[in-house]
Design a protein around this ligand. Structure first.
Ligand code: GAR
Length: 199
């Protein structure tokens, strides 16, 4: 299973996927890492690891489309089976998504459809939910909305602030992303309506 990773920052989900491949719990290969942020720690880590690492800085392109075209060009060369958004903080256009139908995965730090968008963990604290978690899902043209592959739950404690909850959710994100990829690799799956059905 060939994986492309798109990231914008810390890259801990990328590192978790890389780690799972290194320790044999995920049979896959990271064929490219693309960052839109020059100072993303995840990009530096990808370079250190000797992976095919690319900076495609959106500030260098006049339009969103021009930036995406360059990302799409790199992806076409890398020929991934799946594109993993791992803290990639750019919205993808419908053209991008249509180029890779049911091949783009995202991880989001809430139990979708609750708390889409930014600061999901702070939204969860503010709302007062007692359980939150993370969601790995296929990307469609709506924000944080595509068919769900894996979810993992995390209790919300009374003394949690957004940072404490985010840290506890992040531990589960690292497990969930690997679990989702391994399921897609090893199981037969199909999509019916919004549902990802494994058989
Ligand atoms: C993760 O918590 C991920 O769920 C979130 O950004 C963080 C990236 O961390 N993504 C979103 O909020 C997308 N809507 P990482 O760079 O350490 O993987």
């Amino acid at each position: 299973m060939r994986l492309a990773i798109l990231l914008s920052g810390r890259g801990s989900n990328f590192v978790a996927i890389h780690q799972a491949i290194a320790d044999g719990s995920l049979q896959a290969e990271i064929v490219c890492v693309i960052s839109n942020q020059p100072d993303a720690p995840g990009l530096a880590r990808a370079r250190q690891l000797g992976l095919s690492a690319h900076l495609v800085n959106h500030r260098d392109y006049a339009t969103r489309t021009a930036h995406e075209e360059e990302v799409l060009r790199i992806l076409a060369q890398a020929e991934p089976d799946f594109i993993c958004l791992a803290g990639y903080m750019r919205l993808l256009t419908p053209v991008f998504i249509a180029a890779w139908p049911h091949r783009i995965l995202n991880i989001h730090p809430s139990l979708l459809p609750a708390f889409p968008g930014v600061d999901a963990q702070a939204q969860a604290i503010e709302y007062g939910v007692k359980v939150s978690g993370c969601t790995v899902h296929f990307v469609d043209e709506n924000l944080d909305a595509g068919p769900i592959i894996v979810q993992r739950t995390v209790p919300v404690r009374d003394d949690d602030d957004a940072d404490a909850l985010a840290a506890r959710i992040l531990e589960q994100e690292h497990i969930a992303y690997v679990e989702a990829l391994e399921k897609l690799r090893t199981r037969k799956w199909r999509i019916e309506g919004r549902r990802v059905i494994f058989s």
